[in-house]
Design a protein around this ligand. Sequence first.
Ligand code: SF4
Ligand code: MG
Length: 320
Amino acid sequence: TTPLLQVEGLKKYFPIKRGLFRKTVGNVRAVDGVDFSLQQGETLGVVGESGCGKSTMGRSVLRLIEPSAGKVLFEGKEITKLTKSQMRAMRREMQLVFQDPYASLNPRYTIAQTLMEPMQIHNIGTKSSQMERVRSLLDRVGLDPEYANRYPYEFSGGQRQRIGIARALTVNPKLIILDEPVAALDVSVQSQVLNLLEDLQSDFNLTYIFVAHDLSVVRHISDRILVMYLGHMAESAESDDLFNEPLHPYTQALLSAVPVPDPDVKRDRIILQGDLPSPANPPSGCPFHTRCPMAMDICKREKPTWKEVRPKHQVACHLY
Ligand code: SF4
Ligand code: MG
């Protein structure tokens, strides 16, 4: 069957402009060649440090940021070729949930106004049917439908994220990009919101791209995980395979920071040397070579290709 989403060779470069005439003097290579495909109902976890390009990648898929190169196909249709107005209509199928729901909720709007807005933009239903949908979605995300008449400041972080999720659902999307949806929440609230996202996924057959900097957050919800480093794909595998047998030295370092529940299992913490290099001036060869504990001579010279080294398990590293 046709994947719901196919991403091929996606790049996003931001020009660096300098001087009186704003001359382009270089590029920030935020996303530098990303490929994946996703079936309806699946979740892809996208993980990496801040600055690795994962948020820009999510926004480029939705064309909230115009990609510099590459293709995005939604249900087999190339959305990177759509006009701006065709794309606006298409956005009904694809929604984004932000890390900080407070920033995305207008403080002067009631929850009802905020949730009705996407339906108004897409001309869905009458005012009273929109209000009915708002109330039923509030109930579905675990909030009292009476909250519709309240304002964002009256809610906790976890409640606001539930409101943000309800807002994304109002237009019945197929794909939701979740950009660090629980990163700002307390750990106890995080798991409640993750459980809610899983329930909603099975109820509505939703497809998720779940962007996070923390591997442990995406482990259970993701079918597959893509690890990104400096705009590049480092490794991709089914969730359990990635945890059981991480191949890329960067994935191994990320995983070594995840606490192991079993006290008998010892995992040495791998501390990475140095900071994330600037995507305006990326290293030659393997983008990770400046920090990789396993780096070899070839790593400085040649960029490793993307290879499938186990079934459904791909990595970009000269060790394989
Ligand atoms: Fe490390 Fe070399 Fe593999 Fe890059 S290609 S991750 S530098 S071993
Ligand atoms: Mg981000």
